[in-house]
Design a protein around this ligand. Sequence first.
Ligand code: NAD
Length: 229
Amino acid sequence: MRRVVILTGAGVSAESGLGTFRDVGGIWSQYDLSEVATPRGFARDPGLVHEFYNARRANMRAAEPNAAHHALARLQRAHPSAVTLVTQNIDDLHERAGAGAVVHMHGELSRALCAACGARWDAPELMHPADACPACGAQATRPDVVWFGEIPYRMDEIGRALARCELFVAVGTSGAVWPAAGFVAEAAEHGAETLEINLEPSETSGLFDRHLRGPATRVVPDWVETLLG
Ligand code: NAD
């Protein structure tokens, strides 16, 4: 089995009922991203930001992993040392499908973070600006998600995986959000073959060697079956 890095985006969770950025009428389009997904927006109106993520957490808990999440988990379980699964998603559907190690570069909806002391804990169902940090008591708790203008998590680890992978696969991601949009070029520079799995061409489609078009729940299980033989 070749060493593979798989990067997933909102498209892998779309068929579980969690909308993508581009979904017309979806939860993302009901809010202004600069108000709910930036440090400035949080400073201005923490109540609104908590309300947004509370709604997303409730959606996540009501959703189930789909066939694409299950297939990726099967692949990772079959070859744990060869497969690095990186996601831009803040939902927990990869884990609930049985994936072992998932690199959540944009954080996790199911976790909370204290902006004052850096403590992390499991997020309650509903978060509120008046919540006190369980470690230091400060009323500075936030969802443990990476906002626009913040540095994604675990970039060193991802960089090392991209440098040594032989195959890079992007599933259901638009290639519009950096630095994840740059991973395909980084992997290719190091000699990896690159494959894009998406419903439609993305902003970075031209950088991939191969493309598989169609819904993730159909295309991903077929691709995993081929790989596992
Ligand atoms: P995006 O919304 O920008 O793009 C989604 C991509 O998925 C598009 O290219 C679209 O063609 C494709 N797609 C849609 N349905 C698909 C399907 N059924 N099968 C295959 N492909 C499909 O999402 P992104 O690239 O992940 O970047 C946006 C940012 O939004 C990320 O930072 C992510 O953290 C965040 N986000 C996360 C979630 C989540 O956690 N579930 C949901 C929405 C947005």
